[in-house]
Design a protein around this ligand. Structure first.
Ligand code: HAM
Length: 415
């Protein structure tokens, strides 16, 4: 027997149908905001992700890199943003100077230690907006993130938000943090010792170090903003308040990628004691130019769809929701039966049929396994009389219906 690779999962039947329903709800919410779709390849030339300015663990340690048969260096995308920016630049989607609002859904690949809610192949729904920096855009994106979760019936939602400032203040802050943590370098955990030089900001979200006493007086990035960034951050916060979006300012929030500046945020949900980060994002003002494009800013977020799905399932016990309308047990010539099956499908009534003849008992067992709302029995007798026997599997009520009335009848009773 072959088994699936570590960190991957299979999804089928009801669960996959429900997963697709979840994607529909998410996408429809984004469409209300006039987001348009974009699709980019699952793999890109490695340099799209492995950039000089991107030193995050995710890109340095977790990517699936490989050579194709011609020796080209390729990388499975660990996230969607960089590929979308590459596409935005390559296809010159900026030439009309209009604001661009994209959404994308797809799989991403990170060589991480698998655990609950963490996979090596996982789905994200993400949005990216390309336009000049504007706090209303950031507010709108955060509102969409919030609305998506709300439309799925989740509550106890909170946006954790922080500002890293522009690239200058981010750098000054980084130096300040370095000097601060350097003082305590002997108290840092092993990983943070390495992070001190390679990725100082990431020390802020270390679970081990954040519980130590020296952590309490860590400098905060929002104390370090210049007046433009401070006003910008305050403007977004004001709108969150005005429109009742539950938020907390989280001074330790830095996010796992290096391309962010100004606003960063994460959406957390507390469902049945499960505290999960559903998604996160922020503003990235230099990535477009870093990938060879003009000086246009970007902003967006991504949601981990497996996590959202887990929460959705806890909130909605609706795995059985989509039932088959009818199952036909054909006890007569199969071609005759197909005339009726085709008629039903043409009228948007879902139906399946036994493809081979077996004992009645076996046919019935197989039919009931499909959990149809109605069983249709069609034998030579019914054929002669131009009717069909219809049985409601809930009430067990059975009646003979004229074929000429069948569609009207079923449309009337199927909800
Ligand atoms: P990220 O925080 O790396 O951001 O990922 C966003 C979300 O994807 C996470 O909050 C989490 O729900 C989910 N996620 C991440 N890794 C895994 C995993 N191994 N298994 C399952 N779910 C996972 C980004 O990817 C940025 N590109 C978001 C963004 C868009 N920023 C600006 N635009």
């Amino acid at each position: 027997m072959f088994i699936k690779p570590k960190g991957t999962y299979d999804l089928y039947e009801e669960e996959l149908e429900l997963f697709q329903k979840l994607i529909d709800i998410v996408v429809n919410t984004a469409k209300l905001y006039n987001f348009r779709p974009i699709k980019t390849p699952l793999f890109e030339y490695s340099e799209v992700f492995h950039r000089k300015n991107e030193q995050s663990d995710m890109v340095k340690k977790e990517t699936y890199d490989f050579l194709d048969k011609a020796g080209r260096k390729l990388t499975l995308r660990p996230e969607q943003t960089a590929g979308i920016v590459r596409s935005f630049v390559e296809n010159k989607l900026y030439v009309d100077n209009s604001i661009k609002k994209f959404y994308s859904v797809g799989t991403n690949y990170r060589y991480e230690r698998p655990q609950k809610g963490r996979f090596r192949e996982f789905y994200q729904f993400g949005v990216e907006v390309f336009a000049d920096q504007n706090y209303i855009i950031d507010f709108e994106i955060i509102k969409l993130l919030f609305d998506i979760a709300t439309n799925l019936g989740l509550n106890d939602l909170v946006i954790h938000i922080n500002s890293l400032g522009n690239s200058n203040s981010k750098k000054t802050y980084n130096d300040k943090l370095y000097n601060y943590f350097y003082e305590y370098k002997n108290e840092l955990c092993k990983d943070c010792m390495t992070r001190l030089d390679s990725n100082t900001l990431r020390i802020l979200d270390c679970k081990i170090c954040s519980s130590k006493e020296f952590f309490n007086n860590t400098p905060k990035s929002i104390d370090n903003l210049d007046s433009d960034s401070k006003n910008y951050f305050d403007s977004v916060i004001k709108l969150l308040e005005k429109f009742n979006i539950n938020y907390v300012i989280d001074n330790n929030l830095v996010r796992g990628l290096d391309y962010y500046s100004e606003i960063v945020y994460e959406l957390k949900a507390n469902v049945s004691g499960l505290n999960a980060t559903i998604g996160g994002g922020g503003r990235y003002n230099s990535l477009v130019s870093e990938l060879g494009g003009p000086d246009i800013c970007g902003s967006g977020f991504a949601i981990g769809l497996e996590r959202l799905f887990e929460l959705y399932k806890t909130q909605n016990n609706n795995l059985q929701e989509k039932r088959l309308d009818c199952y036909m047990i054909s006890l007569t010539n199969i071609e005759r039966s197909y005339e009726i099956v085709n008629l039903l499908r043409d009228n948007n009534i879902s139906v399946d049929i036994n493809h081979i003849q077996k004992s009645f008992k076996a046919l019935l067992k197989n039919a009931l396994n499909q959990n149809p709302k109605y069983l249709l029995f069609y034998g030579d007798n019914e054929y002669e009389k131009k009717e069909i026997s219809v049985k409601n599997t809930n009430t067990q009520k059975q009646e003979n219906i004229k074929i000429s009335n069948l569609i009207d009848y079923l449309k009337g009773v199927i909800k």
